[in-house]
Design a binder for this molecule. Structure first.
Ligand code: GLN
Length: 279
C-alpha cells in the first residue's frame, strides 16, 4: 500500500468502513488535511500523508463513538461566525440565534448589555459584531470557558470594541452598574432528564446544561437580582427549554417585570422569554 492517499480515496475508504455520512467525513477530513471544504472538492486528488490518514481514522472512530463533531474539529458556526469550541463550553445551537436577534432588536443605540453564562461567547460576540455602538459585558463561572470566549472575541472582534469578561457566579463579581439589556442562555435541563445521558449532551459541560435541580434555579437567581442591574426600561431576555416559558413568565411577573412575553424559535418552540424593568 502506498504511503499517500488522495482526498477522494480517503473519503471513499472512510465511507466504506464507517456509518458516518459523507458531510461529516468531509468535515473531519477538511480539519485533518487543513483544507477548506471547497478545496476538498477542487483539489480532490491532493495527497494526504499516512499520519493524516491515521488522524482521520481516529477522529472518525471518536465520532462513531458519539463525540460531537464540533469538539472534534474544534469549531462551530453560529450567527454566520466561526466559534472555537472545546468540552469546556456548550456547543452553540441554532435555536439560540433567536436570543441574539431579540437582543439586537430590544437594545437601544449606544446602550450597555450583559450576557450571563457566556460559555464560548457566542451570544455576546455575535451581538458585538453587529453593534459597535454597544458596551458589552459577559460573565461565566468557568475560567476554562472564559478562555475560549476571550479567544473568540480576539479572533472575531479584532479592532472592534471588545467585551469586558468577568469570572463570576451570576452577578457576584459584576461591578455594580445598570445595563440596558441582560441576556442569558443558562443551564435549564432538569436534573434527571434522560437526554443528559444521550447523544452530544454526554460530552458537553454538565454545569452548562443542568442546574442539578428543577431546571429553574438559574432563572430564579438571574431574575431575582436583575432589578439591581437593569436600567429603567431595560429588557431581561432568557433562553429556556420547550416546556418552561410559563414558569419563566411567572418568575418575571412575580418579580415585578412588565411586558412579559415569549418568542418561538424556527421550530415553533417557545424558546425565549423576557420582561421589561419599568421601575
Ligand atoms: N439547548 C440545550 C439542549 O437542550 C440546553 C442548553 C442549556 O441548558 N442552556 O440541548
Amino acid at each position: 500500500m502506498s504511503e499517500w492517499f488522495s482526498v477522494d480515496d480517503s473519503i471513499a475508504a472512510c465511507q466504506q468502513k464507517s456509518p458516518l455520512d459523507a458531510l461529516e467525513t468531509r468535515m473531519l477530513l477538511s480539519h485533518v488535511g487543513e483544507l477548506s471544504r471547497v478545496q476538498l472538492i477542487t483539489q480532490s486528488d491532493r495527497q494526504l500523508s499516512a499520519g493524516q490518514i491515521t488522524a482521520l481514522n481516529n477522529l472518525v472512530q471518536k465520532r462513531v463513538d458519539g463525540e460531537p463533531l464540533a469538539y472534534l474539529i474544534g469549531e462551530r458556526e453560529f450567527f454566520g461566525l466561526s466559534f472555537k469550541v472545546n468540552p469546556a463550553v456548550l456547543i452553540p445551537r441554532p435555536d439560540t440565534e433567536l436570543l441574539v436577534e431579540l437582543a439586537l432588536q430590544h437594545t437601544p443605540d449606544k446602550a450597555s448589555l450583559l450576557d450571563m453564562g457566556t460559555g464560548s461567547g457566542a451570544i455576546a460576540i455575535s451581538i458585538a459584531v453587529q453593534r459597535h455602538d454597544l458596551t458589552i459585558y459577559a460573565c461565566d463561572i468557568s475560567n476554562d470557558a472564559l478562555e475560549i470566549a476571550k479567544f473568540n472575541a480576539d479572533k472575531l472582534l479584532k479592532d472592534r470594541p471588545s467585551i469586558a469578561f468577568y469570572q463570576s457566579d451570576w452577578y457576584q463579581q459584576i461591578p455594580p452598574q445598570r445595563f440596558n439589556t441582560i441576556v442569558s442562555n443558562p443551564p435549564y435541563i432538569v436534573k434527571d432528564d434522560e437526554h443528559l445521558s444521550q447523544g452530544d449532551l454526554r460530552f458537553e459541560p454538565i454545569n452548562a446544561l443542568t442546574d442539578h435541580a428543577d431546571g429553574l434555579s438559574a432563572y430564579r437567581k438571574i431574575i431575582g437580582d436583575a432589578p439591581a442591574y437593569l436600567a429603567k426600561d431595560g429588557w431581561l431576555l432568557m433562553e429556556h427549554g420547550y416546556h418552561q416559558s410559563q414558569d419563566v413568565q411567572t418568575l418575571l411577573r412575580d418579580r415585578g417585570f412588565s411586558e412579559v412575553q415569549s418568542w418561538q424559535d424556527l421550530a415553533g418552540i417557545w424558546r425565549v422569554t423576557g420582561g421589561r424593568w419599568l421601575a
